[in-house]
Each structure stands twice: as structure tokens, then as C-alpha cells.
Write a protein that binds this ligand. Structure first.
Ligand code: OOB
Length: 535
């Protein structure tokens, strides 16, 4: 956590206001009462109802023994119950661990075990997958289902008459654990406090000029940091606007919702922005999107050319968002000149976000030159949760987070993301740690060694490519065998390599040794200089 001198400064500056998310919901219920807070299909829930639902669920969760500081893995799609659950947990001071709907046995099992979760709250069948079967990997966590529960506990049975509850958390306490895209073997957990996260939400809502008139379409998975808080659904609730939950982000689902609900702002990752642009420019197929004022795009680099198509095609302005669940979020601002909006990834939320761009030796580069982005500030964590060893390298001794991103700073403090140093694949905004996938492939008895690298892709930005060295004495293997093996180990579908190529050996240096990082770089270079690789 932050050293006291920093915490004192952030409080004195008014960033940290001693308010929890529970306090926020109570204030919103008082202020906005009967106004609609959340729309999901035909369901419309007012602010007063939302607060009441959260209170009743807090009573039920408390009744089954959920306490302050307990961890609860939450894996819900874009449904009203997501809000009930997180606000009920916030009230109790229990920590949601934000899994994504795409996560499978490998991830959920790890989250439950690593956080020693007391409960796992999920859904029934979603996008053709029965989440109840993941109960098998939840260990000691009680399985609670926000739909037909089967043999498990029904979330619906936990909405009780509000009772006197133990005191809620302090604003300086942890509010939840968010997931890191990561670059190492296992996903890291990001501890965020009420104070720090609420600051980023409030400030984001102001930057994005949210108000009671805002209608926000949540098309991305709600638990991800971008649609959650940049300014996202929490920013919209803070401002008294309306959240419209989309079950899926495709144009066929989203466009009619925009028209029906009068959506004014939404957030997408670049491949979805492309899909929307294509759909909207197809004659005769587009719905009326005239209420849409802002399309936020972030999570991965938006090509300048695509940024330029948003205004003419969708009739709204584009806003670039470069953020990370660890903290720092950058936005282009609404009044910014066109070249800033189209060619940069924005500037930080806070005057107290410290941006430090350094070379490989850790020496600050001259302004305008490319270097590694390091950052520290009032809503950027000082360490991952229970990850001492990793923290020693992921953060500098004076508390800067090494983002792994390569950037340059241009006039006005705007950042341009030029690449990445971390061993991560950014597959259309979904982050994949090379090492995590390698570990799963290495578990195959026929695999001697593997290196997973990113390959450029015109649609997703990057795809995943696995180079495999087979054991000499085993049956011949095929790419589908490797992919099937990894899928069957319960890894989320987006982490399964798009391509698998078998090679005899890996390139090595003169001494015959090479670090995995160098190896990945060498294979990446090889791919970049060769023609389209075959599977
Ligand atoms: C968002 O958060 P994460 O934690 O899934 O991923 C963070 C990483 C960044 O370090 C960077 O590598 C990449 O995603 N990234 C971008 C980008 N936005 C994120 N790279 C280039 N251009 C952008 N605009 O992805 C996230 C969190 C909050 C708001 C928006 C995105």
C-alpha cells in the first residue's frame, strides 16, 4: 500500500475522500431515487431498488457467513445481479475477485485456491457453457448461482429482509481484487481500495462529462476495468445516469439497444470498433445511432486510420482510453484537437499521476523519445496481492509500477503507445501471459519445449503463436492435438494458441543458452521477417 506521506498528500488533495462504494450507492439512492439505474433486457432497476437489492443480499450473504475481508470469486455476465453482488460485498467489506465470463477451470480453480475464497458466485448456462460445472474446481468455496442453481445455492434465495449488519469497511480498506493481464505464469491479483478506485471513477466521470442524461451501453464484460470504471458503469451510477447492459457486444445486439434506449456513450476494444464501423457503413443495415455522442476505444492500440473513421461513420466523437487494471488511465479529452484524438492514447486522469519514461538501463529518456513507461499515483497500486517476489521486479524500489508498455510523451503530456516490452499477447484487448500458456503446453507428455509469442494480426492486433519442440521418442503430434490438450486443461478459449508450429530446435546464442525472453524475441523477429506462417 501507499507510504503514509503519499496517502496524506492524496487525502489533502481531495482525491481520497473517505467514501466507500457502499456510501456511494446510499448517496445515489437518496439523490436519484426512482430514476432508472440499470437496464437489462426488459428489466429496469431504479437507484432506490438497486440499493434495496444490495442491502437484502448483504443480509443473506452475511447470514451464510461472508465476513469483512473474505474473498468471493465473482464470475457473472452483464446482468443486474452483478451490481447486487458487488454492492452487497462492498457493504460487508468482503472482496469480490473479478473473474471474466470467459474464464474456465484453470483460471477459476486458481482464483478460488489462491484467494482462499469463501464463495464462488457464477451463472448457469452462458454462451453455451454451463458454469455450474466449474463448481468442481471451487474447492472449499461455496458455489452460488445467479440463475437455476442445480445442486448449489441459489443467489435468489439470499435476498433477505435487511438486518443489522456489522459495521462496513473503511474507505482505506481493500474493496476488491482485479485481475492483471500479466506476463508471468499465473495471473496476478490487483488490490484496489475504496478510496483510490472511487477517485478514479469520480475523476473519469468528470473527464467524460457524464451526467443524469448519460445513457451508457455496457457492451464489454462488465467486470473488466475499462467498462467498470473508465468511467464505465460505476462512473455512470456516480453521475446518476443509466447503464444499459448488452448481453453481447456485436452490432446486431448493440445497435438496436442504442436505438431503443437512446445510448449516448459506450466503450469498445479496437476489433469491436472495426466490426461496428463495418456494420454501420453497410447500406440499409444500420439502426438509428444518432443519440450516440462518444465512442471510447481502449484496451489495445487503436490504429490511427480506424480512429479517423469513427466520426464520419458513426456520427460521434472517438475517445482513446489507455488504461490498466493496476491503475493509471489516460484519456483524450473532448475539446482536444483532431491530431491529439486520432494519434495519441490520451493523458493521465490526475495531476498527481507521475509518468516516468526510461531506457533499458532505467535512465530517463529525453522528452519525445520512446522508453519504458513507469508510473506512480493516487490510484496506481504499489504491489500485487500476496506476490512479494514478483513485486520486487514489477515495481521500482520507490514504488513506480513497471507497466511493460513502450511509450513516448508528446506535447501536453499525451502518451503515444508504440509497443510493449512485457511478454504478453494483447489479443484484441484480451491479455494473455506467454508464460501461462507455455506452462500448460509443457504439461503435454510429447512436448519437450515451447515458446509462445504474439504475431501481428490486422483484425485483433495480435494473435498467439506457439512454437513447439516435440520429444524425439513420441508419436507425431499435430497442432489440433496441442490446442485440444490446452482446452481440455480448462484454459479460457482466448488463451488457446491460434497457431501451433513444430520446430526441431530453438535458436540459441553462442554459449548455447538463451533466456525465454530472448527466445521469444528471436522467434517474433523470425516471424516478422518471414511470410505468412503455416500451421
Ligand atoms: C485495460 O486494462 P488491462 O489491465 O486489461 O490491460 C492493460 C494493458 C496496458 O498495459 C497496455 O499494454 C494495453 O493493455 N492497453 C493499450 C491501450 N489500453 C490498454 N495499449 C495501447 N493502446 C491503448 N489504448 O486494457 C484498460 C483498463 C482501463 C481502461 C482501458 C483499458
Amino acid at each position: 500500500m501507499w507510504p503514509e506521506e503519499f496517502a496524506a498528500r492524496y487525502r489533502a488533495q481531495g482525491y481520497w475522500r473517505g467514501e466507500t462504494f457502499s456510501d456511494l450507492l446510499a448517496t445515489c439512492a437518496r439523490r436519484y431515487g426512482d430514476q432508472i439505474a440499470v437496464v437489462e433486457g426488459e428489466r429496469r432497476v431504479s437507484y432506490a431498488e438497486l440499493a434495496d437489492r444490495a442491502d437484502r443480499l448483504a443480509a443473506g450473504l452475511s447470514g451464510i457467513g461472508v465476513r469483512h475481508g473474505d474473498r468471493v470469486v465473482v464470475q457473472l455476465p452483464n446482468v443486474v445481479e452483478f451490481f447486487d453482488v458487488i454492492f452487497a460485498l462492498f457493504r460487508l467489506g468482503a472482496l469480490p475477485v473479478f473473474a471474466l465470463p470467459a474464464h474456465r477451470a484453470a483460471e477459476i480453480g486458481y482464483f478460488c485456491a489462491h484467494t482462499e475464497a469463501v464463495a464462488y458466485i457464477t451463472t448457469a448456462v452462458h454462451e453455451g457453457f454451463d458454469h455450474r460445472q466449474l463448481a468442481a474446481v471451487a474447492g472449499d468455496a461455496r458455489v452460488i448461482v445467479a440463475a437455476d442453481p442445480g445442486e448449489h445455492t441459489a443467489l435468489a434465495d439470499l435476498y433477505l429482509t435487511p438486518t443489522a449488519l456489522p459495521p462496513g469497511p473503511a474507505a482505506a480498506d481493500l474493496a476488491f481484487l482485479q485481475l492483471s493481464g500479466g506476463s508471468t505464469g499465473l495471473p496476478k491479483l490487483i488490490p484496489r481500495t475504496h478510496d483510490d478506485y472511487l477517485y478514479s471513477v469520480r475523476a473519469s466521470a468528470e473527464i467524460c462529462e457524464l451526467s443524469g442524461d448519460t445513457v451508457y451501453l455496457c457492451a464489454l464484460p462488465v467486470a473488466h476495468n475499462f467498462p467498470l470504471s473508465s468511467p464505465g458503469v460505476l462512473g455512470v451510477l456516480y453521475a446518476g445516469g443509466r447503464v444499459v447492459l448488452a448481453p453481447r457486444p456485436d452490432p446486431a445486439t448493440a445497435f438496436p439497444l442504442i436505438e431503443r434506449e437512446g445510448v449516448t456513450i459506450t466503450a469498445l476494444v479496437p476489433p469491436l470498433a472495426l466490426l461496428w464501423l463495418d456494420a454501420a457503413s453497410r447500406p440499409g443495415t444500420a439502426a438509428d445511432l444518432s443519440t450516440l455522442r462518444v465512442l471510447q476505444v481502449g484496451g489495445a492500440k487503436l490504429a490511427d486510420e480506424v480512429a479517423g473513421r469513427v466520426g464520419p461513420t458513426l456520427g460521434c466523437q472517438v475517445q482513446q482510453v489507455f488504461g490498466m487494471a493496476e491503475g493509471l488511465v489516460n484519456y483524450t479529452r473532448f475539446g482536444d484537437p483532431g491530431d491529439i484524438v486520432l494519434h495519441t492514447q490520451g493523458r493521465p486522469i490526475s495531476p498527481d499521476d507521475e509518468i516516468w519514461v526510461v531506457d533499458d538501463e532505467g535512465v530517463e529518456v529525453p522528452p519525445g523519445e520512446v522508453g519504458h513507461l513507469l508510473t506512480r499515483g493516487p490510484y496506481t497500486i504499489r504491489g500485487y496481492w500476496r506476490a512479494e517476489e514478483h513485486n520486487a521486479t514489477a515495481f521500482t524500489p520507490d514504488g513506480f509500477y513497471r507497466t511493460g508498455d513502450l511509450v513516448r510523451v508528446v506535447d501536453g503530456g499525451y502518451l503515444v503507445v508504440t509497443g510493449r516490452a512485457k511478454d504478453q499477447i494483447n489479443r484484441g484487448g484480451e491479455k494473455i501471459a506467454a508464460e501461462e500458456v507455455e506452462n500448460h503446453i509443457l504439461a503435454h507428455p510429447g512436448v519437450h519445449d515451447v515458446a509462445v509469442v504474439a504475431v501481428p494480426d490486422p483484425y485483433l492486433g495480435e494473435r498467439t503463436y506457439a512454437f513447439v519442440v516435440a520429444r524425439p521418442d513420441t508419436e507425431p503430434m499435430t497442432a489440433p492435438m496441442i490446442r485440444g490438450f490446452v482446452r481440455q486443461r480448462g484454459l479460457a478459449a482466448y488463451k488457446i494458441p491460434d497457431k501451433v508450429e513444430f520446430v526441431d530446435t530453438f535458436p540459441v546464442t553462442g554459449v548455447g543458452k538463451v533466456s525465454r525472453k530472448d527466445l521469444r524475441a528471436a522467434l517474433r523477429d523470425r516471424l516478422a521477417s518471414s511470410t505468412t506462417p503455416k500451421e
